[in-house]
Write a protein that binds this ligand. Structure first.
Ligand SMILES: [Zn+2]
Length: 146
């Protein structure tokens, strides 16, 4: 298996890259295939679930230890089910980090689309997105709080 970061070879089922220490396999079932983005707070990885026919998912690895309230909020997130929200499918600690696994939502990010097309978004598209966003916010507003 080649590391998705440094592209150097590693032994099969290695948990970390032997060269750059990037995570390669979490919980013996989430195989990292690429880095989406990273900042001071979180690294976001594209991955495959080896126990579910290599279905793709997203790993949010929180860089710093989470405050207990933030950790509890992520726990609440696991129970949310709405068509506009990616389904959280796992939450665990590994290597000193909190890792949240969510389903992958296929599609193009709005900022990527705007950079690609260089034209204003049609009003009908914006109204549809706002309706979906308001529906998701209403769903979140009606969920039990911490
Ligand atoms: Zn590497």
């Amino acid at each position: 298996m080649n590391c998705p970061i440094c592209r150097r070879p590693n032994r099969p089922n290695a948990h970390f890259c032997a060269h750059c220490r990037a995570p390669l396999l979490l919980q013996n079932k989430y195989r990292v295939t690429g880095l989406i983005k990273t900042n001071d707070a979180v690294s976001i990885w594209l991955a495959e679930q080896t126990n579910l026919w290599n279905s793709r998912c997203i790993i949010f690895r929180f860089i710093n230890p989470l405050e207990s309230q933030a950790h509890a909020a992520i726990g609440v997130r696991v129970h949310l089910t709405h068509r506009a929200l990616p389904k959280a499918i796992d939450l665990f600690e590994e290597g000193g980090y909190t890792n949240l696994i969510t389903e992958l939502v296929e599609g193009e990010a709005l900022d990527a689309r705007l950079r690609r097309v260089h034209t204003p978004v049609p009003e009908a598209d914006i109204l549809l997105w706002m309706e979906e966003l308001c529906d998701a916010l209403l769903y979140l507003e009606t969920q039990p709080t911490l």
